[in-house]
Design a protein around this ligand. Structure first.
Ligand code: ATP
Ligand code: LTN
Length: 327
C-alpha cells in the first residue's frame, strides 16, 4: 500500500516561487511513490475578503499551474475544496472537539490579526480546524508543506488524538513533510519576511507566470547588503535567500556555487540567477498556456478529481458521524 499524501494551496494572489520550491515541486516529484491528493482550498481563501470573479478565475489558474508544473491528473487527485461538502461538515464536528486555547496559540492567526485592518472573521480564526478536516478526511500519512504550515499540521495531530482518545482509533495521525532547504523562501524586497501571495508590493515575489523582463527587474532590485562576497551566510538574509533560490533551481552544491562566483559581485550573480529562473519557468509557462487554452478542460479535470476523492471523504465522515452519535 502506498502512503497517502495530502496538501492544499489557496487560490488567492499569484503563485510564487516560494510555493513552487517548497511545496509544488515536491508534490510533482513524489506523485509516483505516493497516493497523492491535492486540494485547491477555496473555503480557506474566503477567510479573508475576496472578489468573487477573481476567486473563480484564480481557482482555474492555480489548477492550470499545478498541471503545468507536472501534477498528473491521472496519478494524483486534484480537486476544489468546496466541491466536496464533507470538508465543511467535518470542520464543524472538529470545532466541537477543539479547545479555543489551542486555536489562540496559532502564530499565523496572531500575525494576520495584526495585519488586518478590517474586522477579522470567525472563519479566519477557525482556519486550522478546516485544514485539520482536509487532512483527516483522507487518512493522510504525509503533508508536504512549507515551514509556515508546520504548526497547523501539529494542531491537526492534536485534534485527531483528542478525538481518538474519546471515541477510539478513528483518525490517522499525519506527519508534516518539510524540505530541509527552501522551506521558507523570503521576500525579495524584505528578506526578513516570508515570500507571500498576499503581499502587495510589486518587487516582493517572483510569480510563476512572470515575464522574463519582470523577473530580471525584480531580481536586480532585490534587497541585499553592502558587502560583495557571494557566499551562503545566514546572517546576510538577502543574498542568502537569493543563493538558496539559485541552489534549488540549479541543483548545484553550495561549494560549487560559491566557487562559480568567486571574485564576482552581486550584479553578476543576480544576472545569472534571473536567467536560471527564467529558463526553469519557461516550460511551465508554455504548458500553462496549452492547459488553459480551453478553460472547460481544466473544469473537467477538477470535476473528475472531485468525483475520485469524494467517496474517500464521505466514508470517513460517515464513520465520524456514527461515532459521535449524529443522525
Ligand atoms: P499567503 O502568504 O498569502 O497566506 P501563501 O503564499 O502562504 O499565501 P498558500 O497557498 O497558503 O500560499 O501556500 C501553499 C504552500 O506554499 C504551503 O505549503 C506553504 O507552506 C508554502 N509556502 C508559502 N509561502 C512560502 C514561502 N515563502 N516559502 C516556502 N514555502 C511557502
Ligand atoms: N493552510 C495551507 C493550505 C492548506 C493545506 C491544507 C495544506 C489548506 N488545507 C491541508 C496542507 C494540508 C497554506 O498553505 N496556507
Amino acid at each position: 500500500m502506498k502512503k497517502r499524501v495530502f496538501s492544499g494551496i489557496q487560490p488567492t494572489g499569484n503563485i510564487h516561487i516560494g510555493n513552487y520550491l517548497a511545496a509544488i515541486k515536491y508534490w510533482v516529484a513524489s506523485q509516483a511513490e505516493f497516493d497523492s491528493i491535492f486540494c485547491i482550498v477555496d473555503l480557506h481563501a474566503i477567510t479573508l475578503p475576496q472578489e468573487p470573479n477573481v476567486l473563480k478565475s484564480k481557482i482555474r489558474e492555480v489548477a492550470g499551474l499545478l498541471f503545468a508544473a507536472g501534477i498528473d491528473p491521472k496519478l494524483s487527485k486534484v480537486f476544489v475544496q468546496s466541491h466536496i461538502g464533507a470538508h465543511a461538515e467535518l470542520t464543524w464536528i472538529l470545532n466541537c472537539f477543539t479547545p479555543i486555547g489551542w486555536m489562540q496559540r496559532m502564530t499565523q492567526f496572531k500575525q494576520k490579526l495584526q495585519e488586518q485592518q478590517e474586522q477579522v472573521s470567525v472563519g479566519l480564526f477557525d482556519y486550522p480546524a478546516l485544514m485539520a478536516a482536509d487532512i483527516l478526511l483522507y487518512d493522510t500519512d504525509l503533508v508536504p508543506v512549507g515551514e509556515d504550515q508546520k504548526q497547523h499540521v501539529e494542531l491537526t495531530r492534536d485534534v485527531a488524538q483528542r478525538f481518538n482518545s474519546i471515541y477510539g482509533e478513528t483518525f490517522k495521525l499525519p506527519e508534516p513533510l518539510i524540505p530541509e532547504t527552501g522551506s521558507r523562501i523570503m521576500g525579495l524586497d524584505d528578506p526578513t519576511k516570508k515570500m507571500s501571495k498576499s503581499e502587495a508590493s510589486s518587487g516582493h515575489a517572483i510569480n510563476l507566470l512572470d515575464s522574463p523582463e519582470a523577473i530580471r527587474a525584480k531580481i536586480m532590485r532585490a534587497t541585499t547588503d553592502s558587502l560583495r562576497e557571494v557566499r551562503f551566510d545566514e546572517n546576510r538574509p538577502g543574498i542568502y535567500n537569493l543563493l538558496v533560490i539559485y541552489e534549488l533551481f540549479t541543483g548545484l552544491s553550495r561549494p560549487d556555487i560559491e566557487a562559480r562566483f568567486e571574485g564576482k559581485g552581486y550584479a553578476d550573480f543576480k544576472q545569472e540567477l534571473a536567467e536560471v529562473i527564467i529558463d526553469n519557468l519557461r516550460p511551465l509557462q508554455s504548458r500553462y498556456r496549452e492547459f488553459t487554452a480551453d478553460p472547460t478542460y481544466i473544469d473537467s479535470l477538477l470535476a473528475e478529481g472531485a468525483s475520485r476523492a469524494r467517496p474517500l471523504a464521505e466514508k470517513t465522515l460517515a464513520i465520524v458521524k456514527n461515532k459521535v452519535g449524529l443522525g
